[in-house]
Design a protein around this ligand. Structure first.
Ligand code: OSB
Ligand code: MG
Length: 375
């Protein structure tokens, strides 16, 4: 990704904290997300080309330490000032400018993805094609939040299966795991099914993890601690179900180490969690070389963040369906209009330059709760 192109100057970076009311809460082992907050970056070049990016951290530090508030602070105070006024030739050039800033991958993603949008417009080529993507549509699945009752849990799964979703992922937590998987297998048979523990388990729960191993799951996502690839390696040796890492992988370096010690057989690459599309592509390439399949997870992004998830999912080693719940179950109004469409379990990959979806700046304005301009 280092072809030489016409240089462009970053004139201004506007950073926004946006709050979107959610229609339905989303519950995981670490807590319930009731109102969605997200961070947007709006970047303008000296030639007047604009890009919007999203860094979809959560409003609390229960998934990873970074939150929307700390992402806002890191982006406006430390990251954006290192980039504004600088000349770039490619979106990936920005990584070197803020390499000294540790962590804050969601904040970095808001900025880095905005650069992909404006770069794609300048190049007259889609983000997917610039990344080396090939697929023109991608298979998607839904991530089912933990419901108050098993009846409601099974009802939502039933709807998604009827709609054609390619696989079902259920959020699990201690006490809501073997029972839910067992009920799903009983009701829906041999569907493509996986679980996500969001770090709620430890090796002390080996009995439960081994019980889950009996259900022919496509994978078990991040059962153990977010900073513990060693125990994931121990677990992987004892179960046949592939372990998939989410929270543990923040970079291609993390991925290299996890694969080297046998901590996983699959990686969930979320652009937000790894700092953007450049790092996503790097992890994708490394995994392809090592025979580790990948897929694109989600952070309940608005349509802006989802657009980047869709673009990167067109790369050839994204071999499992992406987490792409229908947007209208979360938000009354998306920040893109029309929003992405899931048809028969597939989403079309935009072939045109730019984001590939129309951004509704009026809605962004309406839901903005904080704004800082760095120029
Ligand atoms: O662990 O994959 C996760 C949402 C918020 C935080 C963490 C996760 C999730 C999801 C939702 O599973 C997937 C989506 O965005 O549709
Ligand atoms: Mg996950």
């Amino acid at each position: 990704m280092s072809n030489s192109h016409k240089p462009f100057v970053i004139q201004s970076i506007e950073v926004r904290l946006v709050g979107l009311p959610m229609i339905h809460p989303f519950t995981t082992s670490f807590g319930t997300i009731k109102d969605k907050a997200t961070v947007l970056a709006h970047v303008t070049t000296a030639d007047g080309v604009e890009g919007w990016g999203e860094g979809s951290a959560l409003p609390f530090p229960f998934y990873k330490p970074e939150t929307t508030d700390t992402a806002m602070l890191a982006l406006s105070r430390y990251i954006a000032p290192l980039v504004v006024g600088k000349t770039l030739q490619h979106p990936s050039d920005v990584l070197g400018l803020y390499a000294g800033v540790k962590g804050y991958t969601f904040a970095k993603t808001a900025l880095e993805t905005a650069l992909w949008m404006l770069y794609s417009e300048m190049e007259g080529a889609s983000i997917s094609s610039l990344l080396g993507g090939e697929a023109t549509s991608i298979p998607v699945g839904e991530s089912i939040g933990i419901h108050p009752t098993m009846k409601e849990e099974l009802e939502e799964i039933s709807i998604r299966i009827d709609e054609g979703y390619r696989r079902i992922k259920v959020k699990i937590k201690p006490g809501f795991d073997v029972n839910v998987v067992s009920a799903i297998r009983e009701k829906f048979g041999d569907i493509d099914l996986m679980v996500d523990g969001n770090s709620a388990y430890s090796l002390k729960d080996m009995n439960t993890l081994k019980a889950l191993d009996e259900f022919n799951l496509t994978m078990i996502e991040q059962p153990l601690a977010d900073d513990d690839i060693i125990d994931h390696a121990t677990l992987q040796k004892q179960i046949k179900t592939p372990v998939c890492l989410d929270e543990s992988i923040l970079s291609a370096e993390d991925a290299r180490k996890a694969i080297e010690i046998g901590a996983c057989k699959i990686i969930n690459i979320k652009p937000g969690r790894v700092g953007g599309l450049t790092e996503s592509k790097k992890i994708h390439d490394l995994c392809a070389e090592k025979g580790v399949g990948v897929w694109c997870g989600g952070m309940l992004e608005t349509g802006i963040g989802r657009a980047y998830n869709i673009a990167v999912s067109s790369l050839p080693n994204y071999i499992y369906p992406a987490d792409m719940s229908p947007n209208n179950i979360f938000y009354e109004e998306d920040l893109i209009n029309p929003t992405y469409e899931v048809k028969n379990g597939y989403v079309q990959v935009p072939g045109q330059p730019g984001l590939g979806f129309s951004i509704v700046t009026k809605r962004i304005e309406k839901y903005t709760v904080d704004k800082v301009v760095i120029s």
